[in-house]
Design a protein. Structure first.
Length: 493
């Protein structure tokens, strides 16, 4: 229901919180500037008023009091909560730290610079890691709830809930709400979750850099269309936040690692399935493998031209001045440690005819560095790469490792190390287009397992002039009784 909240300016809540100035509100709540005495000091604060539920407001008050026990430098502090009545209307009130402005006010006039977006994202990741570790989720990450107070960014805290609590549907869902919360979702979820916070964060990140939100495709149940103009690492982070399946999204810790321009060490185990790719390496280059020569040359030349022309075009665009809500100077918090462990499947029967024991080999191979111009390149490709200026090629990186699930009964037959090498061709987006065995090793079972896992890897492609180019990689799988290790080496370019 609509209400003229501003008419209550000048009234006093609970005999101690004067409503000094109306700051804003909606159908369901209003916020006023207030002040109160504590320890002999007069403190300014914000007070939020919401209509009291007809049955009882105790659950909400209990939630606010529980939230008030949390303490983090990037979380708005809560001071007091209770019940009152104004104009004959029963209300709940919450007294909290008063922020100077929110991110939505900044975005009304301009986007954030990449440096400001990094600062904003770093602060939010820090506080989300804290909240999730305490069993809380935010549930409403959007620019209006990202605030600045003094020299620090802060996240609102009045809507925090325990992970797994039922959703509040007081208003309609918007693009910041994760798709699994939509009533028409394939597998709708009626509870809050950390993965939902990650979706909202991805939407907010795109909005801060573009002042628009990604185009969602609800009916087709496909991923949102993230603008390709986003600079890295924000493009990669947004894509991994805005995945429709909650279990596919990055965690807060993985996002923090990627924000530091490092690859998250997330590993996924792939079940052993019948192979769908070539299982033998031809004696002569296959048509697909050979086709990488001309596109690679053309891609490098075009990207090099873009790198020479682009800076002149962009040089005239000055960055917008920083805002108080984001242009802050403070040390980057410690990197969050990744705790990805390779899981073991329960042992089942394995055909020992598929497993060939290898002679003892306790020493594993030394990882070979990725070379810009390996000797195995085709002559024309090598010549083209050699003509580029020094430093023109930015090497690619592994974005996602996929380890095969190995039966315990099969792993128990290993003596030493079973080595299998798989060559993969990677497109300009970092997806594997084809895979073939480079060295099958002594066992068909382990060769087949490696070949099935390789197409599921993802890469950050090498770049020339900021544009991704085709590449080829050798994945050297090393199977031992203790686990599986993979040494990736970029072969082309």
């Amino acid at each position: 229901m609509s209400h003229d909240w501003k008419q209550w300016e000048g009234q006093v809540v609970s005999g101690k919180f004067p409503l000094l100035q109306y700051l804003g509100g909606s159908e369901h709540s209003s916020v006023f500037l207030t002040e109160f005495h504590e320890g002999g000091l007069l403190l300014r604060a914000a007070i939020k008023l919401i209509p009291a539920p007809q049955e009882s407001g105790e659950p909400q008050l209990a939630r606010w009091r529980l939230t008030g026990e949390l303490s983090h430098p990037h979380l708005i502090s809560l001071f007091d909560a209770g019940q009152c009545e104004l104009g004959g209307m029963p209300l709940l009130y919450l007294v909290m730290e008063c922020a100077e402005e929110n991110l939505a006010q900044v975005l009304a006039t301009r986007t954030l610079t990449p440096a400001e977006a990094r600062e904003m994202l770093d602060s939010i990741l820090d506080v989300l890691a804290y909240l999730h570790s305490k069993g809380f989720v935010h549930g409403h990450i959007k620019p209006v709830n990202i605030m600045a107070n003094g020299d620090q960014l802060k996240l609102s805290s009045d809507g925090l809930r325990r992970a797994g609590e039922p959703l509040e549907r007081s208003g309609r869902l918007d693009d910041y709400d994760p798709p699994e919360n939509e009533p028409g979702a394939i597998a709708p979820t009626e509870t809050t979750s950390p993965a939902g916070d990650v979706w909202s964060l991805g939407m907010a990140l795109v909005g801060t850099l573009t002042r628009t939100l990604p185009v969602t495709q609800t009916k087709e149940q496909r991923e949102p269309l993230v603008p390709l103009t986003l600079p890295e690492p924000f493009l990669d982070i947004a894509r991994h936040c805005l995945l429709r399946r909650p279990q596919d999204r990055w965690t807060v810790a993985q996002i923090a690692v990627r924000l530091q321009d490092r690859t998250p060490a997330h590993q996924i185990h792939a079940p052993v399935r019948p192979p769908r790719v070539t299982t033998t390496r031809p004696s002569m280059p296959s048509p697909k493998r050979h086709s990488y020569g001309i596109p690679l040359i053309a891609g490098i030349v075009l990207a090099l031209v873009a790198s020479l022309v682009g800076p002149r075009l962009l040089h005239h665009h000055a960055e917008a001045p920083p805002a108080a809500a984001a242009a802050l100077e403070r040390p980057v918090p410690p990197a969050m440690k990744q705790a990805a462990q390779a899981r073991q499947e329960p042992p089942t029967k394995a055909s020992k005819q598929d497993v060939i024991e290898e002679e003892q080999d306790s020493e594993g191979p030394t990882a070979e560095p990725a070379l810009a111009h390996p000797e195995t390149l085709h002559e024309e490709t090598t010549n083209t790469a050699a003509m580029l200026p020094a430093g023109a090629i930015v090497h690619g990186e592994v974005a996602q490792q996929v380890l095969p699930d190995i039966l315990k009964s099969a792993r128990d037959t290993i003596r030493g190390t079973v080595k299998v090498s798989v060559k993969v061709d990677v497109d300009r987006s970092g997806n594997v287009e084809g895979a073939e065995l480079e060295s099958r090793g002594p066992s068909k079972y382990f060769a087949r397992s490696a070949l099935q896992a390789a197409p599921l890897w993802r890469f950050q492609p090498p770049k020339v002039g900021g544009r991704g180019i085709l590449s080829s990689w050798i994945l050297r799988f090393e199977f031992t009784r203790g686990g599986t290790r993979v040494v990736p080496t970029q072969e082309i370019p």
